[in-house]
Design a protein around this ligand. Structure first.
Ligand SMILES: Cc1cc2nc3c(=O)[nH]c(=O)nc-3n(C[C@H](O)[C@H](O)[C@H](O)COP(=O)(O)OP(=O)(O)OC[C@H]3O[C@@H](n4cnc5c(N)ncnc54)[C@H](O)[C@@H]3O)c2cc1C
Length: 381
């Protein structure tokens, strides 16, 4: 059984006085931690909230382009690195697609700890966020007031206007994976209706464990049985389930005075369900805009306008990938075989994957934000 570190129920004491902050970042995963890191040298009071401890709950298979991890200074969390993808379809048993860059699996708690260590004097509290009214966010520990509020809470978009996003009618994909102990040499993908009609299966080795799962682009399609089928086919055991919904359409990155980054803004790439580097990318972009506000170089209205425009400028790329995602259901038989083989040509794969990387390039992470003077972290309560 995983050890649960976070206090719950009565053990979660209210904030001693009404908490406040200059910037309130709700969500302490990829997007939220990227925002906090960007604000580290501003002297602003940055408060980060999450219902769990930082790094306690892994939310993905945790694979990202290696250069992103290096540029963020979190390479110590890397577990295994891959220069190609091994693709299986019903009639092409093994096709190797060479990547022009490498992909690495990493350790989630360690990556979060490394990012948090780079966040200067930002403060962290465990609290479940429920709703926002103007500049007040309500949590299970009381209210927090802040002029600048970030929703990095994932697919549910908790602080969005109106009802929260709800499956299965919302534009969401779904993924489920297991983490048996084991070793592997390759990042493997299965595009095979035997597992899922619209989606794919994967096995991502991470040194001493395998992350094996199935994702469906259709939120109505169950993924548990397909995951078990794949696990059985690769002769592994279904230990350590983990699953989640994954947004596959962009949503407004600003709404009613709130900033959204990562899955809450639909920043996950639709065709591949790759949402970690995009959470970093948009989190950094947002952090830079907020930095300009707390340093007095622009006002909040300008930050809302600029960040909203930045996110929306990626719409056509996300929509193109969404269209490709929707057509995957029709890709069977010979057309699938042909495409799979075409991508074994290094020039084709390099061209396509280089363009794919450029949607959220690792160079965006540099230069790193100015370094904060070492300061003891304050207690937020
Ligand atoms: C099975 C699976 C495998 C995946 N594998 C990969 C992969 O290998 N590579 C990749 O790039 N992408 C992958 N993804 C997608 C990726 O996980 C997401 O796109 C990514 O996690 C988004 O980051 P985020 O910071 O926006 O949100 P999240 O990582 O979802 O973080 C949201 C945070 O908010 C907190 N939170 C939520 N609600 C509340 C609340 N009410 N109050 C307080 N805190 C709250 C959560 O505890 C969490 O810490 C995968 C997804 C799934 C489902």
């Amino acid at each position: 059984m995983p050890v649960r570190a976070t206090k719950r129920g009565a053990a979660r004491v209210p904030f001693e006085r009404g908490a406040d902050a200059d910037v309130l970042v709700c969500g302490a995963s990829f997007a939220g931690l990227a925002v906090a890191r960007e604000l580290r040298a501003t002297g602003a009071r940055v408060l980060v909230l999450d219902r769990y401890e930082i790094g306690e709950r892994q939310t993905s298979a945790c694979a990202a382009p290696t250069e992103w991890l290096r540029n963020l200074g979190v390479e110590a969390s890397i577990r295994q690195t891959f220069g190609s993808l091994l693709v299986h379809t019903p009639r092409v048993a093994r096709a190797r697609w060479a990547l022009p860059w490498t992909f690495s699996t990493f350790d989630y708690p360690q990556l979060c700890a490394l990012l948090w260590a780079q966040s200067g004097a930002a403060e962290f509290e465990t609290a479940k966020v429920s709703v926002r009214t103007n500049s007040v966010v309500s949590t299970d520990r009381g209210d927090v007031t802040a002029p600048l509020i970030v929703d990095a809470l994932g697919w549910r978009r908790v602080l969005g206007a109106g009802d929260n996003v709800q499956p299965p009618e919302a534009p969401l994909s779904r993924g489920l994976e297991v983490h048996p102990s084991g070793v592997g040499e390759d990042l493997e993908l299965w595009i095979d209706p035997r597992y899922v009609d619209a989606g794919y299966g994967w096995s991502f080795p991470a040194r001493d464990e395998l992350r094996i799962g199935v994702g469906s682009f259709d939120p109505h399609d169950p993924v548990k049985q397909p995951t078990l089928r794949l696990v059985e086919d690769v002769e592994q055991q279904p230990h350590g389930y983990q699953g989640n919904w994954i947004p596959h359409r962009l949503r407004p990155a600003t709404e009613d005075g709130v900033f959204f980054a990562g899955d809450s803004a639909g920043h996950c790439l639709p065709l591949t369900a790759e949402g970690i580097r995009t959470a970093f990318y948009f989190g950094i972009a947002l952090g830079r805009e907020l930095r300009a506000v707390v340093e007095g170089r622009q006002d909040k209205a300008a930050a809302l306008e600029r960040y909203g425009r930045f996110s929306a400028s990626h719409r056509w790329k996300f929509e193109s990938m969404y269209l490709a995602q929707q057509s995957i259901r029709c890709l069977h038989g010979r057309p699938l075989d042909h495409l799979t083989r075409v991508f074994t040509r290094p020039r084709v794969a390099h061209w396509a994957f280089q363009h794919y990387l450029e949607i959220a390039p690792p160079s965006f992470a540099v230069p790193a934000p100015p370094t904060a003077m070492p300061v003891a972290r304050r207690d937020a309560a």
